[in-house]
Design a binder for this molecule. Structure first.
Ligand SMILES: [Zn+2]
Ligand SMILES: [Zn+2]
Length: 325
C-alpha cells in the first residue's frame, strides 16, 4: 500500500520485490503494526516524507534473502524492523551515543520504504533478530509502540510510583504491563467519555482511569503523554507533584497552550523523546520476553490499510491495529 501524496488514501500497488543491496536483507513481512506516527506521515504532519512511500515501521518478518556483506542474519531468521533504519555513526550525536538524534538518520516507513507490503529491504544492523516467541502478529506493535514507549518510560526516575498515562492506546497498553510489574501505580487518562478505553486500562491494572480533563485522586510523580494533544502538557503539569516529569512520547503534537510558570515551578520537568536507539530495542525486547508482554490487536488484511487508519484516527481501536499481508 503506497502513499503517493500526503493527505490522500494509500493506493494498492503491485511493485517489484526489492533486491537487497549492501548490508541489506530482504524481509518477507508477516505482520506490520500501524503506529500513530504513520497517521502523521499520511496526514502530512511530518516534513518531507519519501514519496511515493510504503509506510509502516512495526514490522515482523522472515529474512528471505541476504545482500552482499551481510554478516549477522541468515535466510529464515525471524526479525523485527523498527522506525530507526539507518544512522551515520559519524555525527556528533552518534559519537556521543545518541544515535536516536543522528543528523543523517533514515526512518522506516518515512524516509525509506516500510512494511505496508509483502516484502521490504532493511539494513541488517537495524533489524532485531527475534526468537520464535515473537512470531505472532501481536508482536508487531512492540517494534514502535512498545519500544518508544519504553524509551519514554526509561526517562522517568526509578523511584517514581504514581505514573499518569495520557492516551491509552497501543503504547500505553504495552507499557502498563511493564509498569505494573515494577510495582508502579498507573493512572490512565483517555478521551472524554471513552469508557471502553477506561475499562481496558483498569483490566490491565490501572489503579484509576478517567477523562483527560479530570484530576487524578493523587498527585503524580511522572506523566507520559502518548496522545498528540499539546493541551495535555499543562494539564499533566497540574497533575504532577513537585520534582515530577512530563515525558512527551510522540513525534508530533498540536501546539502547547501557554501556561503559568507556577505549574512548572517546583523543579517539574517537561521533555520529549525522539526515536529510539538500538540499545533501547535490545533492552526492551529482553524485558518483553521475560515478562511475557501481550498485546491486544485487531488484525486487518493489508488491503484494508485505509480502513484501519480511519478507525485508528477515530480512536475506535482498542490496543493496536496490525496489517497482515
Ligand atoms: Zn549520525
Ligand atoms: Zn511508531
Amino acid at each position: 500500500m503506497v502513499l503517493e501524496k500526503v493527505r490522500a488514501s494509500l493506493v494498492d500497488c503491485t511493485m517489484r520485490v526489492p533486491r537487497p543491496a549492501m548490508e541489506q536483507v530482504l524481509v518477507r513481512i508477516t505482520a506490520c503494526g500501524i503506529c500513530r506516527t504513520d497517521l502523521h506521515v499520511v496526514d502530512g504532519e511530518l516534513p518531507n516524507p519519501k514519496l511515493p512511500l510504503v509506510p509502516g515501521h512495526e514490522i515482523i518478518g522472515v529474512v528471505a534473502a541476504v545482500g552482499p556483506n551481510v554478516t549477522t542474519l541468515r535466510e529464515g531468521q525471524l526479525v523485527g524492523v523498527p522506525w530507526l533504519g539507518y544512522t551515520c555513526g559519524k555525527c556528533r550525536y552518534c559519537l556521543r551515543g545518541n544515535e536516536n538524534l543522528c543528523e543523517n538518520a533514515r526512518f522506516t516507513g518515512y524516509t525509506i520504504d516500510g512494511g505496508f507490503a509483502e516484502y521490504t529491504v532493511a539494513n541488517e544492523k537495524y533489524c532485531f533478530p527475534l526468537n520464535a516467541k515473537f512470531s505472532e502478529p501481536g508482536s508487531a506493535p512492540l517494534m514502535c509502540a512498545g519500544l518508544i514507549g519504553y524509551r519514554s518510560y526509561s526517562m522517568i526516575d526509578k523511584g517514581a510510583v504514581n505514573l499518569g498515562f495520557y492516551g491509552f492506546g497501543a503504547a500505553a497498553h504495552i507499557l502498563i504491563q511493564l509498569a505494573v510489574a515494577h510495582g508502579k501505580h498507573v493512572f490512565a487518562f483517555t478521551r472524554e467519555g471513552d469508557r471502553a478505553a477506561q475499562e481496558f486500562a483498569i483490566k490491565l491494572g490501572s489503579v484509576w482511569a478517567g477523562d483527560s480533563n479530570t484530576s487524578p485522586p493523587e498527585k503524580l510523580d511522572a506523566a507520559i503523554i502518548f496522545a498528540p494533544v499539546g493541551a495535555l502538557v499543562p494539564k499533566a503539569l497540574r497533575d504532577l507533584d513537585k520534582g515530577g516529569i512530563v515525558v512527551c512520547g510522540g513525534i508530533h503534537m498540536s501546539d502547547i497552550p501557554s501556561f503559568p510558570y507556577d505549574i512548572l515551578w517546583g523543579e517539574r520537568v517537561v521533555r520529549s523523546v525522539a526515536n529510539l536507539t538500538r540499545k533501547d530495542g535490545d533492552e526492551f525486547l529482553k524485558i518483553a520476553a521475560e515478562l511475557g508482554i501481550k498485546t491486544e490487536t485487531r488484525l486487518f488484511p493489508l488491503r484494508e490499510a485505509n480502513e484501519a487508519i480511519g478507525l485508528l484516527k477515530k480512536g475506535s481501536i482498542q490496543g493496536a491495529a496490525v496489517l497482515i499481508p
